[in-house]
Write a protein that binds this ligand. Sequence first.
Ligand code: PMP
Length: 454
Amino acid sequence: MTAPTKSDIWRKDRDHLLHPYTDFSCFREEGSQVIEKAEGMYVTDQDGNRLLDGIAGLWCVNIGHGRKDMAEAIAAQVMDMQYYNPFGHSTNIPASELGAKLAALAPGDLNHVYYTCGGSTANDAAIRLVHYYFEMKGQHRKKKIISRDAGYHGATYVAASLTGIHGTKLGFDRIGEDFIHHVSAANMYAKPEGMSEDEFCDFLVDEFERRIHQLGPDNVAAFIAEPIMGAGGVLVAPKGYHKRMYDVCKAYDMLYIADEVVTAFGRLGEWFASEAVFGMTPDILVCAKGITSGYIPLGATMITSEIYDVIAHPQCEGGVFSMGLTYFGHPVACAAALKNMEIMESEGMLGNAKEVGPYLQETAKSLLNLPIVGDVRGSHLMMGIDLVADKKTKAPHGAGVSEAIFKKCLDRGVIVRPVGDRIVISPPIIINREECDMIVNAISESITEYLAEA
Ligand code: PMP
């Protein structure tokens, strides 16, 4: 990479923007890398460095960057009708079309959609819908939610409370008070030595059931889980876990919320992963990111007809769901989602993820030969690589190492994501085998160079 020049934009950004997950203390010195252009699998920064995007922007640019047909669809909708209020009995064409399309593609009878501005607000909507549903059923005490350690569910206050990643709550002492509780992450890499996958699954399910009893089944309303934990480190649960957790939910009259913000729209080779990959249909399914491939912000919370029939019952007191987002069913965002899904379909992108994803998983296993790579895991186009100080004890290597590897990969023209002691990969679903090799080679060379310098 050429040495970065400090542009006017770089200064404006440094002086005025509050970037998320950015260490303000060193930001004043270092500022940001300004990304100026993006096309297909690549982004280009202001210094002209062309970088292979191994993280799809942030798990979202599934169809790839810079598509003209997306720009045209978005522009066409702006010209037709860019916004009108969605409250009461008013709607627009793309929101209606998209609702029907999502209902047709989603598993089971997840037939009703609440639109939001992204994943966090979609999870907030899920919790509000859960509370509203039990209110309408007269179960006024059924409000508690069980989430998981290492789960990531977003940045708004409720979504951050659902999140179980240490550090996201620092500086926020009121997060998660009272109604949100966490059970263990389904982290196979952290399962006790000698415990089989099935035994670990038993342990997790038992723990969940015990927690429900502790909190009181009459108080516990729902369980929320990502099919594969993303930001928590790409943690793949033991076989059968989701279905068994779902069955426990049903035994205690609880709702199962699947947070498919990352896993939907092709990342695991399917429109939605819950049923197709994990064999169970949730009561509520939350998605965002890949729904528009990040071209425009949009989230969606889908509920079953059973839940809808309760909250839409004419006898319901109150009668309205009062979560009123100005941008519910935003026509431009919904038009972008429709075009995005049309592109995925016509260009066979889900098939590509199904074909190339396993290749990426297989190829990356070679990284296990490196002395600090403790685990390489994932599914299809989601991958987590644990960096450890000791392969036997699995002691983490220390957060600094992933940042160092990230920078060395950048020098090699590849973007990966450092998350704590891990490297995460989640490329656009249009990736080909050669580009998978480029990512794996960049990581391998970067780790080797890091070790040589240590
Ligand atoms: N849920 C999951 C599983 C996510 O990965 C994210 C974002 N990374 C969110 C929710 C929050 O989505 P957003 O940032 O669009 O609000």
